[in-house]
Design a protein around this ligand. Structure first.
Ligand code: FES
Length: 114
């Protein structure tokens, strides 16, 4: 299911667009089990790593979308969903963000891990 390549990266299907309600977040998984958080912000899909960089919390399960930020309910740290930037303590390490492509109802991310 590779739709594009730029030397080493590949696009991987992770979920359906219609599964993610506007203002919501859901969990998706890469084929190797790496967990992702998929957000719908006013019809635009964003994807970050699912695991909070402060601890073991799953942002899709333990997080609350607040505008364009995700708040981790374990210790109330926050991240900017679009950039991954940590924007409230105790979170200081940014979240990895993923390039997203939506084709029809299918959401793809670019696997750029080395
Ligand atoms: Fe997310 Fe601590 S585990 S803020």
């Amino acid at each position: 299911q590779i739709i594009a390549t730029n030397n080493t990266n590949k696009w991987v299907p992770i979920c359906s667009f219609s599964e993610v309600e506007p203002g919501d977040v859901m969990q998706a998984e890469l084929p190797d089990g790496h967990k992702l958080a998929v957000y719908n912000l006013d019809g635009d899909i964003y994807v970050t790593d699912d695991r909070c960089t402060h601890g073991e919390a799953s942002l899709s399960e333990d997080g609350m979308v607040e505008g364009e930020e995700i708040e981790c309910t374990w210790h109330f740290g926050r991240f900017d969903i679009r950039t991954g930037k940590a924007c409230a303590m105790p979170c200081t390490v940014p979240l990895k963000t993923w390039n997203v492509e939506v084709q029809g109802d299918q959401v793809f991310v670019e696997d750029d891990r080395s």
